[in-house]
Design a protein around this ligand. Structure first.
Ligand SMILES: NC(=O)c1ccc[n+]([C@@H]2O[C@H](COP(=O)([O-])OP(=O)(O)OC[C@H]3O[C@@H](n4cnc5c(N)ncnc54)[C@H](OP(=O)(O)O)[C@@H]3O)[C@@H](O)[C@H]2O)c1
Length: 300
């Protein structure tokens, strides 16, 4: 039985992924900043700020999945918060790198989250592919540096896979629950222009891609992890309202309202381009939920 260590495994993706991996017969352990009691999994602790990590966490790991990261949409992007967003992804990967070097341990693969924000908060018709350059904006920089940190682990000779993930749709929280709330209240409407694309993925598909990244040794490097159907924000919000059987209320909520409320962070709501899923499909992954309607029907 292979051992899988998941950093940030207590979060939205980690909770679901750890269950799916366990169902497939893997032995899963989580790496958390706190001693979690009720996860149902072995929990190792670390303190990324002071560079401390339970050595057993590293020595047991046949695979490491790196999900740790302060939420991008949880609070305004002050300079302090930006540092936290960066450090929680990059310093943590650096800590794992140091411990792998020190211990000589070489897991079979290191799989790291990244975001479709790699390509930038820009609204265009461009369909981004993995060879495109990262954007110069804040999230583009976060993703670039996150992926560079993963690249250092790859340089130890460890197969490394990076999943540039779109917005994860789940029953258990995250963006969908927040986006569905206005629809539930019967006041669903587009955000800003509504023309921005929303790269999205059903949590089951994302877990399927993580599992494939573990099991398919030919997978290496970056893969966009977003469903093949490209939808604008307007279309997304209409579909949410329709699936919930609620009216769709126009006009759109103006962009300036989001800018006042959320500052620079509003860019992740108000801008977005399309992301290609060709590479992951060509690698043999078949989406269970390729279209938004079927994904939402299973979740709402
Ligand atoms: N959900 C999405 O829509 C989405 C889309 C694209 C990319 N991603 C990326 O995928 C990863 C997992 O996403 P998620 O939705 O599962 O996130 P989540 O629910 O916010 O969980 C992330 C986990 O990271 C740990 N964490 C939080 N702040 C931290 C800090 N300052 N330092 C170290 N660890 C910290 C926490 O674990 P402990 O408290 O146990 O330490 C938390 O449970 C994230 O890196 C996220 O950016 C998510």
């Amino acid at each position: 039985m292979k051992n899988i260590l998941i950093t940030g495994g207590t979060g939205l993706i980690g909770k679901q992924l750890s269950k799916k991996l366990q169902e497939k017969g893997y032995n899963v352990a989580l790496l958390s900043r706190r001693p979690v009691k009720d996860s149902g999994f072995r929990v190792y602790t670390w303190n990324p700020d002071s560079g401390v990590i339970d050595p057993e966490a590293i020595s047991m790991a046949d695979y490491i999945i790196h999900l740790a990261g302060a939420g991008l949409g949880d609070s305004r992007w002050t300079e302090k918060r930006k540092k936290e967003i960066l450090d929680s992804r990059i310093k943590t990967a650096g800590l794992i790198l140091d411990k792998l070097k020190e211990s000589g341990k070489r897991p079979e693969a290191f799989i790291s989250a990244s975001g479709s924000g790699y390509y930038g908060a820009i609204t265009s018709e461009t369909i981004h592919v993995e060879t495109d350059d990262p954007a110069a904006d804040f999230i583009g920089e976060v993703c670039r540096r996150w992926e560079e940190a993963a690249g250092k682990i790859e340089s130890l000779g460890i197969r490394t896979v990076i999943l540039r993930t779109g917005i994860v749709l789940s029953k258990s929280g995250g963006a969908l629950q927040r986006m569905a709330l206005p629809a539930k209240l019967g006041i669903g409407s587009p955000l800003g222009s509504g023309r921005q694309y929303v790269p999205w993925i059903h949590i089951d598909d994302l877990c399927g891609i993580y599992i494939k990244a573990i099991e398919d040794q030919s997978m290496t490097g970056a893969y966009n992890s977003a469903a093949p159907e490209h939808v604008s924000n307007s279309r997304f919000m209409v579909t949410v309202s329709k699936v919930m059987g609620r009216p769709f209320f126009f006009p759109a909520i103006p962009s300036f309202a989001f800018r006042i409320l959320f500052g620079e962070m509003s860019s992740i709501l108000l801008k977005g381009s399309r992301v290609s899923s060709e590479k992951i499909i060509s690698s043999g992954y078949s989406f269970k939920y390729p279209d938004l309607r079927s994904a939402l029907k299973s979740l709402l």
